[in-house]
Design a protein around this ligand. Structure first.
Ligand code: MF3
Ligand code: CO
Length: 249
């Protein structure tokens, strides 16, 4: 069942999402060679608290941290660690969920650490653009798979693969609501999109194969071939006009 949100509920999701957006913006200056993924978590926790939000991921299905930090071949759900130090040329995906007044915003971005190779930069650009290709299709009366198909075709046209093991989702009082939003599919199938739906669209784009392995920690998902992966996510609202992106300043 897909929950349609009232204007008042959308306002709360927008406030939660704004905190996510501010944290993702502030990280542009913070992420650099020599910091650890734990440093990132501590920094973001402070930003969220200062704004009276609560990290949405901590404790979710037993997840042990306030955000996900996924480096290089890690796709999603990397657990912050004092032992994981960033170095020049790495990429790091940061995924943040915030609860504000009972409602959740969810967003992610993959950052270059210092200078990265041209090929790495291209992966980041294709992954981010694929998110916007998907968002563009998130208009009322389109269907869920129109989003999926737009993402997949853009990514594959550019020589990369989309991860199938994880999907985007509805978001609201709960982090994961219906519908599921795969990053692949044929157009014009699945639920119809309606005004008031709030969706977290989140392509994960691999430089090589789409296959995933989950590490022994039970969370960290890595590429099966060890190649790079990039992840971008926005929380958006379906309206009668263009979708509104909530996790962007
Ligand atoms: N944005 C991710 C998702 O929607 C992050 C969830 S991490 C978890 O799946 F720990 F909360 F599961
Ligand atoms: Co999400």
């Amino acid at each position: 069942m897909i929950i349609l949100k009232s204007e008042d509920e959308i306002k709360k999701i927008a406030l939660a999402s704004r905190i996510v957006a501010e944290a993702l913006r502030l990280l542009e200056q913070m992420i650099a060679p020599g910091i650890t993924t734990k440093d990132v978590e501590i920094y973001v926790e402070k930003i969220i608290k200062e704004r009276n939000g609560v990290p949405a991921f901590k404790g979710y299905r037993g997840y042990p941290a306030s955000l996900c930090a996924s480096v290089n071949n890690e796709i999603v759900h990397g657990i912050p660690s004092k032992k994981k130090m960033l170095k020049e040329g790495d990429i790091i995906g940061i995924d943040i969920g915030v609860i504000y007044k009972g409602f959740i915003g969810d967003g992610a971005r993959t950052y270059p650490v210092g200078r990265v190779s041209e090929e790495t930069q291209r992966l980041l650009e294709v992954a981010e653009t694929s998110l916007y290709q998907g968002i563009e299709k998130a208009s009322a009366s389109n269907r869920v798979s129109d989003i999926s198909h737009a993402i997949q075709s853009y990514v594959e046209k550019n020589g990369y693969s989309v991860v199938r093991a994880f999907v985007g989702h509805g978001v609201g009082r709960s982090l994961h609501e219906d519908p599921q939003i795969p990053n692949y599919g044929v157009p014009n199938t699945g639920p119809r999109l309606r005004k008031g739906m709030v969706l977290a669209i989140e392509p994960m784009v691999n430089a090589g194969t789409s296959d995933v392995v989950v590490m022994k920690d039970g969370w960290t998902a890595v590429t099966a071939d060890g190649m790079l992966s990039a992840h971008f996510e926005h929380t958006i609202v379906v309206t009668d006009d263009k979708p509104q992106i909530l996790t962007r300043l």
